[in-house]
Design a protein around this ligand. Structure first.
Ligand code: HEC
Ligand code: HEC
Length: 322
């Protein structure tokens, strides 16, 4: 355990010795029989790992052996689930409903999100029940029960119509949920920060602000000693804000031309638009509008952005498309 020359040397320092004594005192029994990398702890056995490794993927990988039908699931559901979720999946006393809501995601009213109207994969239904339900006794269900309950919920949502359809390791991934195609890969990067290596700002002066904070552009401009109104186009700070807002909130559509959005970099497409004047572009980007090509949602759907953030993004997009 203490073989490296460095460690032997530091061991002679009293404070280190004290810490070591504490560690050894509490851990020596394990350390002696320890088989882990650092000489203590134990390598988890396959059985122990199997206890945690219960996730199920959309292609069915990870499903346990077993099977069940909606017919069987109905009884289990009545006994173990209906008290909270209602006999028809309608939800009781504020507990979530498990069925209904078809077509409410695109309407004007409040979306009613359920397995049938919103969820993406059948494997998510299986995994959720298997992992977390019933609420008061998670992990208490046998695989056959989870298959049966999943089948019953699919039946309740009119996704399968045969009560005797057998859900098992092979058939589960063949049942697709109606809303699956509306889940799309989100190309926005997790972060586009580049590390500052020289002449960086004082770390102590950097604060983390809530989304309700005043415009990022204004703050950055102020921090650089400028005035955001006049700095708008030329300041490097605003250029950075524009790119950052664009990357996070606009690129999803404008990077690829998704949903009819004019693609950034496509000079022809943007020439006609900039001809209408920047004021119109700003207004359309901030307030949203329905054009010939599609719908531009107000602020791209990111209502937490300030008007100045959106303007900076528009500036950036126009600049990249000239
Ligand atoms: C004691 C009340 C209770 C019981 C009994 C119960 N649930 Fe739940 N269920 C909940 C609560 C509360 C949530 C929401 C949990 C959350 O959002 O963290 C939930 C969520 C769910 C969801 C996800 C719903 C959604 O759209 O987000 C499913 C699916 C589900 N339960 C299935 C079941 C099944 C199947 C059973 C029976 C084996 C069951 N539940 C039993 C309380 C209960
Ligand atoms: C969900 C997709 C989507 C997102 C996200 C999105 N846009 Fe758009 N945007 C569109 C579509 C579609 C159009 C074209 C509408 C038309 O002219 O038919 C458009 C058009 C525009 C235009 C041209 C306006 C005009 O008058 O011609 C600007 C400027 C613009 N968007 C800025 C932004 C900014 C800034 C963001 C990010 C804050 C953003 N968009 C995010 C879909 C999107």
């Amino acid at each position: 355990m203490f073989k490296s020359p460095n460690q032997t040397k530091t061991m002679s320092r009293p404070s280190t010795l004290l810490v070591l004594a504490m560690v050894l005192g509490s851990g020596i029994a394990q350390a002696e029989k320890g088989s882990g990398y650092y000489g203590y702890g134990q390598v988890a056995t396959p059985e122990q790992i199997a206890g945690w490794d219960i996730d199920v993927r959309p292609d069915g990988l990870g499903l346990p052996e077993g099977s069940g039908t909606a017919e069987e699931g109905e009884w289990i559901y009545e006994e173990k689930c209906a008290a909270c979720h209602g006999s028809f999946g309608e939800g009781v006393d504020g507990y979530p409903s498990l069925a209904g809501g078809e077509g409410t995601l695109s309407g004007d009213g409040r979306p009613h999100k359920t397995i049938g109207s919103y969820w993406n994969y059948t494997s998510t239904v299986f995994d959720y029940i298997n992992r977390a339900m019933p609420y008061t006794a998670p992990r208490s269900l046998e695989p056959d029960e989870v298959y049966s309950l999943t089948a019953y919920l699919l039946f309740m949502n009119y996704i399968i119509d045969d009560e005797t359809f057998e859900l098992n390791q092979d058939t589960l991934s063949t049942v697709r949920l109606p809303n699956e195609p509306n889940f799309i890969p989100d190309e926005r990067p997790d972060t586009d920060n580049t590390r500052c290596m020289s002449e960086c700002r004082d770390a102590a002066a950097i604060e983390i602000k809530s989304q309700a904070s005043p415009s990022l552009a204004e703050e950055l401009a102020a921090a650089q000693g400028g005035d955001s109104e006049t700095a708008a186009e030329s300041s490097p700070a605003v250029a950075t804000v524009g790119k950052s807002v664009y990357d996070q909130s606009c690129m999803l559509c404008h990077g690829s031309g998704l949903a009819g959005a004019p693609k950034v970099g496509d000079i022809d497409q943007w020439q006609a638009r900039t001809a209408a004047g920047m004021t119109t572009l700003y207004k359309h980007a901030i307030e949203g509008y329905q054009g010939d090509a599609g719908v531009m949602p107000a602020k791209g759907g990111f209502m937490n952005l300030s008007d100045d953030d959106v303007k900076a993004a528009v500036d950036y997009m126009v600049q990249e498309s000239q």
